[in-house]
Design a protein around this ligand. Structure first.
Ligand code: MG
Length: 209
């Protein structure tokens, strides 16, 4: 199946909102392990559960007209564990559940490139695959964002490394998903010019932009 959201570089780059932004700070969220309790890429789609209370911070951002954009590695698609169709199904489930809580994310950027992928998703070090920060640049262009005042929340050190590489204001490591195992790697991040925080889960986070 062909998805119109997939661009020429094989990156899923989707604008959901109709809102217009002008050099606006953004809240970037990793998806798996942050919004969805999904740790093992061998899990079935039906097992994907939304992490409780995750809508709270999204709603706060919606109310302040701060865009919320998902930035997600989907290397499992590249290596054939699942498909873009599976990805789209989980997105639908997630977005519907958020809508029920009167909340929505403004966009989604996903990179399925992987060093072990075959065909056109094979790439040894794709600039969009976190820890590289290419997806932030795509989002900046698509939404007109101010990256230097934006935040990234993830459950892996690579989420924060990617954010640092594009000059974001800070990153928050949550203890859901892989967070507890990844916490010990936080000292791999530079201490200067990047705020680093941890939080038990997305529903415990407060951010001032
Ligand atoms: Mg994750």
């Amino acid at each position: 199946m062909k998805y119109k959201q997939i661009n020429k570089q094989n990156i899923w780059a989707e604008k959901i909102t109709r809102k217009k932004f002008f050099n606006t700070p953004c809240l970037f969220l990793d998806r798996d392990g942050v919004l969805i309790d999904w740790k093992n890429s061998l899990m079935k789609i039906s097992e994907a559960k939304i992490i409780k209370g995750c809508e709270k911070i999204i709603k706060e951002c919606n109310n302040k007209d701060i865009p919320v954009i998902l930035i997600t590695n989907q290397g499992g698609i590249g290596i054939g564990l699942h498909s873009w169709k599976d990805f789209a199904l989980i997105q639908k489930k997630l977005l519907n559940q958020l809508l029920k809580k009167n909340t929505k994310v403004d966009g989604v950027i996903a990179c399925a490139h992987h060093p072990y992928a075959k065909g056109n998703l094979h790439h040894l070090n794709h600039p969009c695959r976190k820890p590289n920060g290419g997806m932030f640049l795509i989002a900046k262009k698509l939404f007109n964002l101010d990256l230097k005042n934006s935040w990234m929340i993830g459950d892996k050190i690579n989420d924060l490394k990617a954010a640092y590489s594009k000059g974001l204001k800070g990153g928050i490591l949550v203890m859901t998903g892989y967070g507890k195992e990844e916490k010990k790697k936080l000292d791999q991040l530079p201490k200067k010019n990047f705020i680093i925080k941890t939080a038990p889960s997305l529903n415990k986070i407060k951010i001032t932009f």
